[in-house]
Design a protein around this ligand. Structure first.
Ligand code: COI
Length: 316
């Protein structure tokens, strides 16, 4: 799968004795928390840098009632997945991008953050410690949830004096109850997900609490999720409560032969042919090829065969 071109290998079969899988029903995973064996914890004081973290048994954490995260929402989260492949490898998709996003968010929320290397190492350690919870190939993935929070006590509004970076994991299947079948969205016209100057551009926990009302109403009315519009023009698509949104637009116009060079994907359609991805087109002694055996961006293969699993990773 193209998604794994930039993936990081967490473990290879040769370097790791394959542990036994946890004894759960791997065929019916949804997107709910399943407690696993270990979580990762690292703490530091305001003004310091994170230095050393450790794995602990998964369980409850202790917080002061006046922790910054509980009182003023000083917190961020991330989400990434580990996949078990048929060859026994365990792969992560671009974890450094999650680390970079966490660092950008931490800057906005006045928190210290782990370095990219610390983040990746912590993710790797947590995944390996919970290896038996990584679903078999094709059954789902191990969802990895890093949290960064102001765990120190504050009363007046100020950055917390202490910070905790924590990672827990849970095996997951499809997010929506529809599985891989199409979902039904409703556009929200009153409530907004992000505002200019606000925190919509970072993955702070408060952004998610703010959409629960619209999401609840949508679900009560039979929709899968809510699509938000920008708060200024109330016209432009922003995102869905739980994911990004992409729109594939077909424009009917003349296409020059030169444009073929820049196309990401070309496909033919017809009653007989149905949908046929094009792998290459020869033109004036040149051969223009389309990546991944003509699958290109996967518009033809995924749009016209929507029930194929795509392994897409939401980076909300
Ligand atoms: C993620 O894909 O990690 C998200 O942000 C989704 C989350 C709201 C469940």
């Amino acid at each position: 799968n193209n998604n794994h071109v930039n993936s990081v290998r967490v473990a290879s079969p040769a370097s790791n004795v394959t542990s036994e899988l946890a004894d759960i029903d791997w065929d019916n995973l949804g997107f709910g928390l399943m407690p696993t064996d270990y979580m990762y914890m690292m703490k530091c004081s305001q003004g310091d840098s994170f230095s050393k973290g450790e794995l602990q048994r998964f369980g409850k954490i202790e917080l002061s009632p006046s922790a910054g995260v509980l009182n003023y929402g000083q917190g961020l989260f991330e989400g990434l997945k580990a996949y078990r492949k048929h060859d026994g490898n365990i792969l992560l998709f671009r974890p450094e991008e999650n680390a970079i996003r966490l660092r950008m968010g931490a800057e906005r929320m006045c928190m210290p953050s782990p370095t990219v290397e610390q983040f990746i190492e912590a993710v790797r350690a947590t995944v390996l410690a919970n290896e038996r919870w990584i679903p078999p190939p094709g059954k789902g993935s191990l969802y990895i949830r890093p949290l960064l929070m102001g765990s120190g006590a504050v009363l007046g509004l100020a950055p917390a004096p202490e910070y905790t970076f924590l990672i827990y994991v849970s095996p997951v299947g499809n997010y929506f109850k529809e599985g891989l079948a199409p979902i039904n969205l409703i556009v929200e016209t009153e409530m907004h997900r992000a505002t200019p100057g606000g925190t919509g551009g970072v993955k702070t926990i408060g952004n998610y609490a703010a959409v629960l009302k619209a999401q609840g109403t949508a679900k009560a009315n039979g929709y899968s999720d809510v699509l938000y519009l920008d708060s200024v023009h109330k016209r432009y698509l922003e995102e869905v409560s739980s994911c990004n949104v992409f729109v594939v637009k077909v424009e009917e116009r003349l296409v020059t032969v030169d444009e073929l060079i820049n196309a990401d994907e070309v496909f033919c359609t017809g009653t007989a042919v149905v949908v046929s991805p094009v792998g290459s087109i020869a033109y004036q002694n040149e051969r223009i090829t389309y990546g991944n055996d003509g699958v290109g961006r996967g518009v033809a293969t995924t749009l016209f065969c929507p029930y194929q699993p795509t392994n897409g990773t939401h980076r909300g």
